[in-house]
Ligand binder design. Structure first.
Ligand code: TRP
Length: 450
């Protein structure tokens, strides 16, 4: 079997973690959910979940990953003392969940490549029909399939190179660039005349919009955006050296991810309102509304290129983290070579991705409970599979990993000083608060609408 790779530096760990967290979740999913779920009220609930549940869960995955030094399946196998217990097999759910997310993620990644191409070839003009353009990019039979495969190919290229030479090196270049670009775009958007209404939409809550579904969508988005609940953080943390400060790294990642989501909101909503378009457009928001807006503002063509460039590269740093979960599993559990593991996993995701993509057009009629395959995978994975995965992780860590071991990992065997009250609070949230909150929200969210 290949020797285990690891991250080379602290900065490398941070950018790789932030790279995984910041992605289409922030730039595509967050704005459209904010639009669909009433604006500020959604953001407030999301903020509470990110820090109350998301941060402790990220720390928890860090503990499981670094302590076991193994892929997500191996992690449970290693840490579970009782070899006959089902807990030792729980990791397989995470591998399947990552594969599921990757298969619709690569479709949206494909749309992004298509739109980058369209922006470079100056197709965003004042009289283009953007609904039709989005339909061509997403519901057409072949066009989206080609772009989906190109996206998967780029993802595979980075993962084949491994952790230090691929993932870490690539994230170090992309992440700082991304931050600069999104700040530039949000400033431009906030300077539009009529932007104020969009800013109000983001920051002035309307409590009448609050429903069980809003709460569930906010929890699901917290999981999705932070990359928690399906072993991505466990896998990355297994490449992290023992000296790394788990709590600090998790905190910075969460803050970076939340700030990025807010910046994405500030880039998109003021423009949506300034041009009188609807914020509740759904998954097409970024692809239908934005190009329309870019076509109408000075230097919009240039901004469009920058925006889709950001979207593509943010998506790639995330999709490589999803692919790495599956690849690490195949390498360590089945002793495959990295390249073969990548080819196999990409082939499976491409197969599922094709179905997903076709469900936007040709297979539109194939629905489960009224949802197309694409919607099912998107909503099912974020709102149900990820919270369920997170629930299993906290139950395992809280009730199966001894307290002393947990504290030992949090404090790097006592070599970094972590305040005792902080360790106790984290353990308390993991053991009692998070399981109850997640369960209650899952139950409330799944109740039929009143
Ligand atoms: N967090 C990424 C985003 O916001 C997507 C992602 C990467 C992800 N790894 C994950 C989502 C693991 C859920 C679970 O785009």
């Amino acid at each position: 079997m290949e020797k285990r790779d690891s991250f080379g530096s602290k900065f490398g760990v941070l950018v790789a973690m932030a790279g995984s967290a910041v992605g289409l979740g922030n730039l595509w999913r967050f704005p459209y959910l904010v639009g669909e779920n009433g604006g500020a009220i959604f953001i407030i609930i999301y903020l509470v979940f990110v820090f109350l549940i998301g941060l402790p869960l990220m720390i928890n995955e860090f503990v499981i990953g670094r302590r076991s030094q193994a892929n997500v399946f191996g992690a449970f196998k290693t840490l579970c003392k009782d070899k006959s217990s089902l807990w030792g097999k729980v990791g397989i759910i995470s591998v399947l969940c990552s594969l599921t997310i990757l298969s619709f993620y690569c479709v949206v990644g494909g749309w992004t490549i298509d739109y980058l191409f369209r922006s470079i070839s100056l197709q965003f003009t004042a009289d283009t029909n953007y609904e039709q353009m989005f339909a061509e990019s997403s519901a057409h039979v072949f066009r989206p399939l080609i772009s989906t495969c190109i996206f998967l190919f780029f993802t595979a290229l980075v993962v084949v190179l491994g952790v230090k030479k691929g993932i870490e090196k690539y994230s170090k270049i992309m992440m700082p660039l991304l931050i600069l670009m999104i700040i530039a775009i949000s400033i431009r958007s906030m300077l539009l005349s009529g932007a104020k209404e969009g800013i109000d939409f983001l920051f002035k809550p309307d409590f009448s919009k609050l429903t069980g579904q809003t709460v569930m969508a906010a929890l699901g988005q917290a999981f999705f955006s932070l990359s928690i609940g399906c072993g991505t953080i466990i896998t990355y943390a297994s490449y992290v050296k023992k000296e790394e400060h788990i709590i600090n790294d998790s905190f910075y990642t969460v803050v970076a991810d939340f700030s990025f989501a807010l910046l994405a909101g500030l880039a998109i909503m003021p423009a949506v309102f300034a041009f009188n378009t609807s914020p509740s457009e759904g998954p097409g928001l970024v692809y239908i509304t934005l190009p329309h807006i870019f076509a109408q503002i000075p230097a919009g063509g240039m901004l469009a290129i920058i925006f889709f460039f950001i979207l593509l590269f943010a998506a790639l740093t995330s999709s490589i983290s999803l692919l790495e979960v599956v690849v690490a599993f195949l390498i360590e559990e089945f002793h495959l070579k990295r390249t073969s593991a990548v080819i196999l996993s990409v082939a499976v995701s491409a197969g599922l991705g094709v179905l997903c993509s076709l469900s936007m057009g040709l297979l539109k009629e194939w629905t489960i409970a009224g949802f197309t395959i694409f919607d099912c995978l998107d909503k099912l994975s974020a709102n149900i599979l990820l919270p369920l995965g997170g629930l299993l992780f906290v139950l395992f860590a809280g009730w199966k990993i001894p307290k002393a071991d947990y504290y030992d990992e949090l404090s790097n065997s006592g070599t970094v000083h972590v305040k005792p009250w902080l360790m106790k609070s984290i353990r308390f949230i993991i053991k009692y608060v998070a399981p109850v909150v997640i369960l209650v929200i899952l139950i409330v969210g799944l109740l039929p609408k009143q």
